[in-house]
Design a protein. Structure first.
Length: 175
């Protein structure tokens, strides 16, 4: 792909608020140029290499490609943030972990793993954050909601898939 196309792709990615898929990049470029998916992938690899020594990096996440700051900058950026990051209780994080590793799960499944009943506020907090959602109902009496993680969860954690979650240790939740 020519330098002109690389500059266009780079500009689109730098301007985007959300990750951009290769499919969308291809659709955008096809409006003006003759291009294909392979050329776009090669351009993304070139851009990734070109930015390797800078403070921003091009990464692939579940829903596409995006620029993000490197981890080394996070302590500095945390000092300029206006809003304080949301603090989650241990129980809420345990619920999120159970959903991420064992999905789809019901509230009852989560309570069985944790050994205690769960507060509906924890579920609501994770739904409001956009990290979990109802993905169906279990085909049993009462049809309880089944919960799973979202694309937003993967994006916020910088993951392509749930397969990139760290492996569980023996003392972790029984999945």
């Amino acid at each position: 792909m020519s330098k002109k196309y690389i500059d266009i792709i780079e500009g689109i990615l730098l301007s985007a608020k959300e990750p951009i898929s290769i499919k969308l990049l291809n659709h955008i470029l096809k409006e003006f140029h003759d291009t294909n998916t392979l050329e776009i992938k090669k351009s993304l690899e070139y851009i990734q290499l070109n930015w390797a020594e800078k403070t921003l990096e091009l990464v692939e996440v579940d829903s596409g490609w995006r620029f993000q700051t490197k981890d080394i900058l996070h302590p500095y950026l945390n000092l300029i943030k206006q809003e304080k990051p949301q603090k989650y209780s241990r129980a809420t994080l345990e619920i999120l972990s159970i959903i991420a590793y064992k999905q789809p799960v019901t509230k009852g499944d989560i309570e069985t793993v944790r050994g205690v009943s769960i507060n509906n506020n924890s579920i609501k907090l994770l739904e409001d954050r956009g990290w979990i959602e109802v993905i169906g109902q279990r085909e049993v009496i009462g049809r309880p909601n089944l919960y799973g993680t979202t694309t937003q969860f993967l994006q916020d954690l910088g993951l392509l898939s749930l397969g990139q979650l760290p492996p569980l240790q023996e003392q972790d939740i029984n999945v």
